[in-house]
Design a protein around this ligand. Structure first.
Ligand SMILES: [Ca+2]
Length: 319
């Protein structure tokens, strides 16, 4: 096959709080070198505290023999709030499910924020995409510390927020935005092109039994780990939502980079509620265009779930 017309893989940084669904997103990226050039992984406190998200990111990379991936620890707490975690969903380690060995690969000495800033200043403008899969603390800190990076970011493709599905951690707010709404406000007002994967779309990407079996039936350690991760957090979501499976939130971000045609949404204005005790962290999405506020985000609303899982299964099977 000629490589003359092969597109250059997109350079990305994954900012993450693993999390079983974060793990699947990272694996999808590592399994997709044609489309994705993973420059590094930055970790943030979210689903579990930073020490565990930083450990889990290394466990995930080592599971697939990728101890060469550079992993940078980031913020231990939100900008202005106490950390709220989600062990009730993800388990006490954040990565409950299969028994996996403690990692031996090191964390990098550089902080996550410095890595993000340095990378964006070093790489050609418009060539690096940020992929936040947790609270937006690191991204906001980078934008605050180095405002010059904003016009150099190709885009931010993030999992967070909700409109029609409203909240999962409070009646009004999705977890990632709720944990650090001030950081989210900085990101959503940054002027950087945003693509948002809210609960509205992730709740359509459910881990039904045949889909989980497809992972299990790969007969590989990675396929088995993905099935067991999914089994673990599925219990919580299936009971909560009375649904046939759990939403696989974070892989939607990486899948969009690889197969954007699987998704559809609207380019709209999205603002973050930071003041109200009742609706803190709500993504106020002008889906119906009832304000004059300028659009700032491609807010995804739908996904071809079968196509999404076919992509996931095809790619994870490579690992
Ligand atoms: Ca996450």
């Amino acid at each position: 096959m000629s490589t003359d017309n092969a597109p250059t893989p997109r350079k990305i940084i994954i900012d993450t709080d693993p999390g079983q669904d974060d793990a699947v997103a990272i694996l999808l990226a590592l399994a997709s070198p044609e489309e994705i050039d993973l420059l590094g992984i930055t970790t943030v406190a979210g689903n579990v505290p930073l020490a565990l998200t930083s450990k889990n990111a290394r466990i995930i990379c080592e599971l697939v023999g990728r101890s060469d991936v550079k992993i940078y620890a980031g913020a231990e707490a939100p900008l202005e709030r106490l950390l709220r975690t989600a062990e009730h969903v993800h388990g006490d380690t954040g990565l409950n499910g299969p028994a996996l060995p403690d990692p031996v690969m090191p964390l990098q000495d550089t902080s996550a924020v410095d890595f993000i800033v340095d990378t964006l200043r070093r790489e050609p403008a418009g060539s690096v995409t940020l992929c936040p899969l947790g609270p937006l603390t690191n991204i906001a800190m980078a934008l605050q510390q180095a405002p010059d990076i904003a016009p150099r970011i190709a885009g931010i493709v993030l999992m967070g927020g909700a409109y029609f599905e409203v909240g999962n951690i409070t009646p009004a707010a999705e977890f990632n935005i709720y944990v650090d709404p001030e950081a989210a406000q900085i990101v959503f007002s940054s002027g950087v092109p945003l693509t948002v994967m809210p609960l509205d779309v992730t709740h359509k990407a459910l881990t039904t039994e045949p889909r989980v079996e497809a992972f299990r039936n790969m007969g590989t350690p990675v396929g088995r780990a993905v099935a067991e991760w999914t089994d673990f957090f599925e219990r919580f979501d299936m009971e909560k939502y009375d649904s046939p499976g759990a939403p696989l939130h974070d892989p939607c971000v990486i899948a969009w980079l690889i197969r954007p045609e699987l998704f559809s949404g609207r380019f709209i204005n999205v603002e973050i509620e930071t003041q109200s005790a009742l609706t803190r962290g709500m993504t106020v999405a002008d889906w119906w265009g009832v304000t004059d506020r300028a659009p700032n985000a491609l807010f995804i609303g739908d996904v071809d779930a079968d196509g999404f899982f076919k992509l996931l299964i095809d790619r994870i099977a490579r690992l």
